[in-house]
Design a protein around this ligand. Sequence first.
Ligand code: CP3
Length: 446
Amino acid sequence: MASISMPRLSFSPLLRALTAVLLVSTLTSALVVPRVEQHTFSSVTPSSSSVSTTWTEEEQVDPTGRAFPRLKNDLILRAARGEETERVPVWVMRQAGRYLPEFRKVREEHEFFEIVRSPELATIVTLQPVDRYNNLLDAAIIFSDILVVPQALGLVVEMLPGKGPSFPNPLASPEDMKRLKKKVDVHRELQYVFDAITMTRHALEGRVPLIGFSGAPWTLMAYMVEGGGSKTFSKAKTWIFQHPKESHELLQIITDVSVDYLVAQVHAGAQMLQIFESWAGELGPNEFEKFSLPYLIQIARRVKAELGPEKAVPMAVFAKGAWFALHKLSDPSSGFDVVSLDWSHTPAGAKGVSRGRVTLQGNLDPTVLLRGEDAIVKETEKMVRGFFGGADGGKKYIANLGHGILPDVSVDAMEVFLKTVHRVGREVAAEGWNEAEGEGEGEAEL
Ligand code: CP3
């Protein structure tokens, strides 16, 4: 495993630019973005029932040694560690995306990967939802894409308008693996992501934690072999059946880069990590066990081992469509603290399988946000009450959608969703944690 060396050279121009970014983002939010209702956080003191060691606030400095701003809202980190929260925390996958008019405005002037590669632009875009939904979002997620890792491995990836990602020269056969870089130095290939993370963490001024992420090996392999999205994944699945040995080699190459990449994200300032296995459901339970799960577990364990107990951050996994894997992903030995769910689970069913061993995250069907205010309030309330409550380990919960927010959702619908989580999430937390005192967890069965 590669040890991490922190390049210092690229930082002084960045830190100068940060001042400009802060100015721009303050101006943007003050002039353009309507502010929504102000909330105050009642407590940010870490609970005494801490279950895992964390990197203490005092020690959190950027790679140049400059202290990061003190965190004012650590709800999501406490929920991820299974600690008490005064309300249910919430963030949304793709919260910085095309449903936001201010994001579309930036996209009019800049290509997708241009934003991703510019720490200044990535910082501005990451902050957009946090500014607009002032105090309603409990985390920021760095603006980037899972496909920067295939790029770092040497493949060309384009983002075609209206079509999505496209690889002009995908891996047509195992022979093509020769085209991949043998050893990827993540600081050479992906330093722009780490710079964006450091810059964003400063620009957030401690308002909410910053989430880093990467794609899981099977999902990245599927893109690299298919050359883009697919309905059947016939090429990638043909690989795993006809070339299992080479498939495992490819998955291991991606795993090794991902471990270095995630560790460096934490050194750069990421306070939580999420692994996106977006195409997990394309594998049945048997293939998932062979071609996805071992690599997910390897990533979680190696990242935590490399960071050590002092610096390790909570890790979440989103294995879309893999309802059959919840039991195994909930096992503490998997290394994950949070399992993010798509909408194929009922709260009771998921809690019954997971049995309080991890924090659950999710899982509103993203199309509910297209169904009008009444439906959003009703379905969100049902979800929050369903996941949080009872003596069955349901108190470990982070609200989210079951996949990314859709581009045609209105900014007002998103606000209704967030406000409903806040209202209901306060009510259930007040009831739940008091009731729960002295109760055992993890008793429920399916
Ligand atoms: O706000 C955030 O969540 C952070 C940014 C983020 C993006 N992509 C920005 C993005 C994150 C976390 C991702 C992850 C990602 N990228 C995944 C895993 C999550 C998932 O959706 O399952 C996947 C599979 C990708 C690959 C990818 N990138 C696809 C399939 C597409 C096209 C689909 C689409 O929504 O258009 C992208 C493009 C992309 N990534 C956009 C954004 C905001 C939209 C592109 C644009 O602006 O033109």
